[in-house]
Write a protein that binds this ligand. Structure first.
Ligand code: SF4
Ligand code: SF4
Length: 267
């Protein structure tokens, strides 16, 4: 795949934006440290609220990075405007790509949340169901991660500057975990590890440090949630533990496949 970035006389114009989220992916970009200077040299970052109030909010953008979910009417208006002015749009972070942790709130009935909000006299909040930015407008590339991997971000920018689009890992975390020769958290520790359902690219960071994968990079292609949930239960892991882990980064899937299994078991 190639990226056709319309280039003027100068550097490609870049915007970086955050919708509803924790700004962790933008911080990861700032954490690029010495590479940040090279980045600033290669592109013109013309709209990035996190770093300056002197932004060009209306110019055409060659590349834009968008973090976060759409959780308010205002988010959606901003996202549509960003899409309209951008040639190559990249979703950064699991919130923007899959919904991430903010999507956990969709497990709570909307009318209950509305009642709580009104009780807190926060009627001015135009909140809605939390959905990934990719649900609303077409994106040209998606970088998952909570937060994104700095190397993946830099590789992406580099590739786009050369007119190509990077190949991102499509393997599950489990494969990276096996390659690292870790003992399996499910088999040896009876923990709810989401590695088999989760897209790799982090080098199985958590199991390599003795912690089960929480699934922060979002689902691998064709994840088998049913088989994994059945396997966890078959290894004697309680529905309370399974449910607690699956409700985090796998909340949308848990709403689809897990709730049926948990009925009558959760206490
Ligand atoms: S510890 Fe987790 S990521 Fe590693 S092999 Fe087991 S299930 Fe897969
Ligand atoms: S091991 Fe799982 S939870 Fe940990 S960084 Fe990788 S994808 Fe995220």
């Amino acid at each position: 795949m190639t990226a056709h970035l319309p280039r003027g006389n100068g550097k490609p114009r870049v915007g970086i934006f955050g919708l509803t989220g924790c700004a962790g992916d933008q911080l990861q970009i700032l954490n690029c440290e010495d590479q940040l200077l090279r980045l600033a040299d290669a592109v013109a970052i013309v709209d990035w609220e996190m770093t300056t109030s002197d932004n060009d909010r209306n110019c055409r953008l060659d590349i834009a990075f968008v973090e976060g979910v759409v959780a308010t009417v205002h988010d959606l208006e901003r996202l549509k405007k960003i899409r309209a002015r951008t040639s190559f749009l990249v979703a950064i972070g699991t919130c923007a790509v899959w919904g991430g942790l903010p999507a956990m709130r969709n497990l709570i009935p909307r009318d209950l949340l509305d009642r709580e909000r009104d009780a807190a006299t926060a009627r001015f909040l135009d909140t809605a169901e939390a959905l990934p930015a990719t649900h609303f407008v077409p994106f040209d590339l998606e970088l998952p991660g909570c937060p994104i991997e700095r190397e993946e971000f830099l590789t992406t920018v580099n590739s786009l500057l050369f007119g190509t689009v990077p190949e991102l890992p499509a393997i599950p975390v489990c494969l990276e975990c096996k390659t690292a020769e870790n003992g399996c958290r499910v088999i040896h520790h009876q923990e709810v590890c989401c590695g088999a359902m989760t897209r790799g690219g982090c080098g199985a960071r958590c199991p390599s440090h003795g912690v089960a994968c929480a699934g922060c990079r979002g689902p691998v292609e064709e994840p088998n949630y049913d088989a994994n949930i059945t396997m966890f239960a078959g290894r004697g892991i309680s529905w309370v533990e399974i449910s607690a882990r699956m409700k985090h980064f796998s909340a949308p899937a848990w709403m689809r496949v897990g709730l049926e299994g948990v009925k009558g078991h959760e206490s």
